[in-house]
Design a protein around this ligand. Sequence first.
Ligand SMILES: Nc1ncnc2c1ncn2[C@@H]1O[C@H](COP(=O)(O)OP(=O)(O)OP(=O)(O)O)[C@@H](O)[C@H]1O
Ligand SMILES: [Mg+2]
Length: 397
Amino acid sequence: MKDGFLDKLITRLDRFSPSEVQNLVSRLVREKGFMESVFEALREGVFIVDPDGNITFANRAVHQLLGVDTTRCIGQKVNSVIRGLDWNSLAHPDRVVTRDMEVFYPENRFLNFYLAPINGQVGNEEEHLGYVMLIHDITESKKAHEESLESEKLNALTFLAAGVAHEIGNPLTSLDIHLQLLGRKINKLKGQEKEDLNSLLGTAQQEIKRLDNILKQFLHALRPQDSVREKVPLHNVLRDTLETLEAELIERDVKVNLELAENLPLIDLDAGQIQQAIYNVIRNAAQALTKDDGQITIGTKFTDHEIVMSIADNGKGISPEHMGALFEPFRTTKKSGTGLGLLIVRRILREHGGEMEIDSEENKGTTVNLYFPRIEKHVRMLESDASKPLIDVESEE
Ligand SMILES: Nc1ncnc2c1ncn2[C@@H]1O[C@H](COP(=O)(O)OP(=O)(O)OP(=O)(O)O)[C@@H](O)[C@H]1O
Ligand SMILES: [Mg+2]
């Protein structure tokens, strides 16, 4: 609507005939309708508020974002409709304010709003007419930001942990060498003393071996590796991982069943990282087994848009209370666990654009699904009318 249109209309109202007034009113209604349709089409929530903080208009998106009934809220104070909004300190006739807020109804979302005064010319004077409040959903971008922070923290953490583990390795090697030297001296002794000392030495050497083993496993699970993406068959990566874990799986007497899909498509993978991820998941499964018939079933399947690898065990499962804390760093139920394994798995999967899902029942078992997106998305060409161009361009004669 043009500036001053209403003012002119009001000053000249007495000069118009009834039919002209009717024309003008219907023009006004049309223009109002047009503006409302524009607002309704926006994905952003829009509130128009009068100078006293009463809502005069709310669009449909407001209902989706805040669960507000857009007709019933008209005439109500904004801060009674959006509880917790400190309207008095935010609203200012000459200032634009923008803030983030978290809402819990109708669902948990992060919203950003932008509150701007509407000032207009009334007659010859500038008058404060109210406010427009634009609300948009920032849940996705906030989530992405938090994920990247989390992954940065995890990188620093794993780097530190791997550094510490590495540094422990050096004195351990030196201890081992010194114990070997001690052993040679003991062997020169005779009788009961030699036997007693040898037994003590044996225990010390065994413990060192155990420590060394823990460190090796730890480093294998944590070591951040350089990212190299190649088209590698996922089944080859799985076989390599199973080979690395062979000794542990045999020692625990674990039966591994493979239910692998035929013709699994190739995807771009960082084989080293994916091996690390699968290693952590299979090791968790093996460590969870308690029964004599401990079994791990590893399956793969694929659809047009993703590949899924599932690793299921019939172990002790995860309690519902523990389920929520699985990805908390250092939360472990194991004597020599770091509680970082699953965090690393999730980070690697996310770096591949995928996700993981854990499904568990106490005393029955756990299934971990690893989802890998297929980068090459196939497009299905449509025949029939749908493939016609939207606008028919007539050929020039
Ligand atoms: N398959 C599983 N069955 C039962 N519990 C599991 C399983 N996988 C993970 N968990 C539980 O989740 C916890 C966290 O696992 P995560 O791999 O992150 O650390 P961890 O295994 O304890 O330590 P690390 O991986 O360093 O050995 C485990 O301590 C265990 O309680
Ligand atoms: Mg683990």
